[in-house]
Every structure is written in C-alpha cells, then in structure tokens.
Design a protein around this ligand. Structure first.
Ligand SMILES: NC(=O)C1=CN([C@@H]2O[C@H](COP(=O)(O)OP(=O)(O)OC[C@H]3O[C@@H](n4cnc5c(N)ncnc54)[C@H](OP(=O)(O)O)[C@@H]3O)[C@@H](O)[C@H]2O)C=CC1
Ligand SMILES: O=C(O)[C@@H]1CCC=N1
Length: 265
C-alpha cells in the first residue's frame, strides 16, 4: 500500500518513519525538501511536489497546519475524493473538508509526538467511511501506538489532553529533573530517575487498572517523606493549573475550529 504524507514537518516526519518501520511504502512531502533528506536514507521517497505525490497514493495523510490542510483539500478535491484521506490536523472538522470531497473516504485523526517511537495515542473519527476502509486506516494508525475511535465532538478536548499532552508531561519531567539538580543529584541520574518514574507510574495505572488516586495513596506513608511534597504541590495549585491548562487548550481548539468553518480558503 502506498501512503503519501503531505507536510512532513514535526508530526509528518514522525509518522512517516513509523509507517516505514512497519513496512508501508511511504512518500513524504514538504516544500523545503532539504529538511527531510535524512528520510531518503530510510527508504522513504521525498518530494516537494505534493500534488503529484498524491496521484500514486492509496492513502493520503495530511499533516499540514489546519488551515493549510483545508486549502490543500480544496485544491485537490477531485484526486482526494478518490483516495482514503486522513487529516491529522487539530481543530479541522470533517464537515469543513467534506464540503469539497464528501465524507465517504475521509478520516480525522489526532495523534501525539510519541508516535515517533510507537508510543502514541491516536483517536479518530470517520462518520461517513465504510467499515472495511476504516479497518485499513486503523491498521495504519496502529503503527503510531494505541488507537481509539471516538465521536468527533470529543476531538478538541482529546487534542488538548493527548495531542498536546506530551508537552505537559515533559514539562513535569523537566521540572522533576531540575528539582533533582537542586537537591544535589548529577544531571544524568536526575533525568533517569524522573523519566523512569513517569514511565513506571503510567505502567502501574495501565496494568493494574486502578484509579491514579488509589495508587498515589499507596505511596504516601503516614508521617513520611512523600506527604511533605504532596502538601507543597497542593499548596501550589497544581491540579487546578492542569485543569485550567487543558480547558484553555480545548477552548483554543474550538475557536480555531469555528474560524476555519467560517472561512473559504
Ligand atoms: N506537533 C505535534 O505534536 C502534533 C501536531 N499535529 C497536527 O499536525 C499538523 C502539523 O503540525 P506540526 O508537525 O507541529 O507542524 P510543522 O510546521 O512542523 O509541519 C507542517 C509542515 O507542512 C509543510 N508545508 C506547509 N505547506 C505545505 C504545502 N503546501 N505542501 C507541502 N508541505 C507543506 C511545512 O514545511 P515546508 O515549509 O517545507 O513546506 C511544515 O514542515 C498540524 O495540523 C497539527 O495540528 C497533530 C498532533 C500532534
Ligand atoms: O499545538 C498544536 O496545535 C498541535 C496539536 C496537538 C499538538 N500540537
């Protein structure tokens, strides 16, 4: 199966590599092709001619900025209407693209940067697509990690939690690492202790099926060390900071969505 990834920037490059690693025939495009020359060494075809590169594709993945995806869909509506098309863009509703192509072969997906190492979480919706074609797309998305079908009304909130999420967790990781430096740990040890702990905590939730608050409670020894840290975190308003952050990103996604829907590229 030939897959063309249009807009091989940060996420497009990551998913091109993930797809190639799973044996798909991949073409990656962007205008400044010199920036993706290393992909050629991995056996990925690179091109600056996106319009031509989609002609040979069975599946087209659009990883341009949201408004650019819509403009690309409009310019190439006839070709895309005859191919499976997966938009990876935040905030771009299926209905906006379907104005030009119809929704029969259209999927909207949201992944995250962990797709680069097969550890992504990808959600998708494709209300007009046949089940068989949806299964093919699901297999493609599984190259990036875990996959779930969701209703489109949840996409903005999921973009804010799992699409943007690595940025929050990596901020937490960085903060823990710097805290390690403050209390006298060597840099490498502070980083390893931080990321192994985040990795292990996620694994604990995933494998035990327990709620995070139950597991957290197990760590807090009465009169021990952890409770002093928890006291400081609660005092700093860490939970409301996360809630405000994710709500704010959700609102931003909805706002972009409304703006896009009201414009004709
Ligand atoms: N970054 C992330 O973690 C995630 C991003 N997304 C979504 O992915 C999309 C891309 O985001 P991101 O990768 O961060 O952004 P980037 O800016 O890194 O990537 C966009 C790429 O599109 C290329 N491009 C622009 N116009 C064209 C064109 N006409 N034809 C071909 N290529 C073009 C640009 O390269 P050039 O200028 O050389 O053409 C650029 O590299 C967005 O819609 C975003 O919402 C989704 C999930 C996670
Ligand atoms: O910041 C953004 O808009 C994109 C969507 C999710 C992650 N990055």
């Amino acid at each position: 199966m030939n897959i063309t990834v249009v807009g091989a920037g940060t996420i497009g490059e990551a998913i091109s590599v993930a797809l190639k690693n799973r044996g798909y025939d991949v073409t990656a495009t962007r205008r400044n092709v010199s920036k993706i020359e290393t992909l050629a060494g991995l056996g990925i075809r690179v091109s600056s001619k996106s319009e031509e590169a989609i002609l040979d594709a069975d599946v087209v993945i659009l990883s341009l900025k949201p408004y650019d995806v819509l403009a690309f869909v409009k310019r190439n509506a006839r070709v895309l209407a005859e191919r499976t098309t997966i938009s990876m863009a935040a905030a771009l509703p299926i209905s906006a693209m379907a104005r030009y192509t119809g929704d029969g072969r259209l999927m909207r997906a949201m992944t995250n940067i962990a797709a680069r190492v097969g550890g992504g979480f990808t959600v998708f919706c494709a209300p007009g697509m046949q089940e068989r074609e949806k299964r093919e797309c699901r297999k493609i998305l599984e190259c990036f990690g875990e996959v779930m079908e969701v209703e489109e009304k949840y996409m903005d909130a999921l973009t804010a939690i799992s699409g943007s999420g690595p940025a929050y967790i990596l901020t937490v990781m960085e903060a823990m690492m710097y805290a390690g430096l403050k209390v006298g740990l060597p840099r490498d040890l502070a980083l390893k202790a931080s990321y192994e702990t985040i990795l292990g905590s996620a694994k604990l939730v995933s494998e035990s099926g327990n709620h995070p608050s139950v597991l957290k409670d197990l760590v807090v020894t009465p009169g021990g060390v952890t409770i002093d840290a928890i006291y400081e975190l609660e005092d700093s308003g860490i939970r409301t900071a996360f809630m405000r952050a994710i709500e704010s990103a959700t609102i931003k996604s909805r706002k972009i969505s409304e703006e896009i829907a009201s414009r004709d590229p």
